[in-house]
Design a protein around this ligand. Structure first.
Ligand code: T3D
Length: 262
């Protein structure tokens, strides 16, 4: 049913592929709609225990499709605030609040909002030939889709500021060395690395993963005392989970745990 994305679900792993390769999978309104619908569905589908977000062709995502709303300089500027409010902000929130791990499999260039959507995911694995570009300032904009939030936290102000102001291309290897992403892998190994990470997470304790995400996000604003309280609450809940019982039983029996995700 989808025109601009592909959605494959297999053995607990959902793969959402942005599929507008001719324009490096940049977002138009229709693709936003399809991604939003798919994320809502995947969020609720208990059979899906990990999401992989990737791009088709040679790019990951080039952010906003700039041809979708070409404005001549003399025209009244279009309302980008509405675009952010209706599309990009909800997209970032859906990825962050997804109660299961989300892997960004960055197969190629990730530019503008495309870069920051990858950073909104939980684990970013990039092919060595991929790169990250805060392209915004080249067209007179500022980092959006969470860029101004993620970059200083992940990199510190010096590197965040340099990337945002200069809009330089950051190769995947440098992104990994700077701690912006989880891992950069050779192109030849990229698909296998993404698949094995996805398999590992799909076989894991999904409820614990959901609480890990929530706790890490909360830590961005909490005091230590608040965070200790949150850990108590979440750990108490997880202590009653089937996966905790199974995890301890498997450890004691020296066998691999069979987690059900609850
Ligand atoms: O507007 C709002 O709603 C506010 C929200 C904004 C969010 C944003 O993301 S703003 C930032 C938008 N993105 C960009 O500014 C990036 C634009 N793209 C590039 O700078 C370059 O394409 C790349 C550096 C990403 C890759 O360069 P390269 O040389 O590898 O590829 P290319 O030749 O530039 O692109 C290949 C094709 O994709 C080309 O089309 P063609 O000539 O083959 O017909 C190019 O026009 C098209 N393309 C790439 N990015 C976009 C795009 N078409 C439309 N929109 C794009 N963003």
């Amino acid at each position: 049913p989808y025109q601009h994305i592909r959605l494959d679900i297999e053995a607990g792993v959902a793969t959402l592929t942005l599929s507008r390769p001719d324009c490096l999978n940049s977002f138009n309104v229709d693709m936003h709609g399809e991604v939003a619908e798919a994320l809502e569905q995947l969020s609720q589908d208990e059979a899906v225990r990990v999401l992989v977000l990737t791009g088709s062709g040679r790019g990951f995502c080039a952010g906003q499709d700039l041809s979708d709303r070409a404005v001549a300089p003399s025209d009244t500027p279009c309302d980008l605030g509405e675009s952010i409010e209706r599309y990009y902000a909800p997209l970032v929130c859906r990825l962050r609040s997804m109660p299961k791990p989300v892997i960004a499999a960055v197969n190629g260039v990730a530019a503008g909002a495309g870069a920051n959507i990858a950073l909104a995911c939980d684990i970013v694995i990039a092919a060595r030939s991929a790169s990250f570009i805060q392209a915004f300032s080249k067209i007179g904009l500022m980092p959006d889709a969470g860029g101004s939030y993620f970059l200083p936290r992940l990199l510190g102000n010096a590197r965040a500021m340099g990337l945002a102001l200069l809009a330089d291309k950051l190769p995947a290897e440098q992104a990994a060395a700077w701690g912006l992403i989880w891992r950069c892998v050779d192109d030849a190994d990229f698909a296998a690395e993404v698949a094995s990470t996805a398999r590992q997470l799909a076989a894991g304790p999904t409820l614990a993963y959901a609480r890990i995400k929530q706790a890490m996000h909360a830590a961005e604003r909490n005091t230590l005392e608040q965070q200790l309280e949150l850990e108590r609450t979440f750990q108490q809940e997880l202590g009653y989970s089937a996966d905790y019982g199974e995890g301890v039983a498997a450890f004691m029996a020296k066998r691999t745990a069979q987690f059900v995700g609850k």
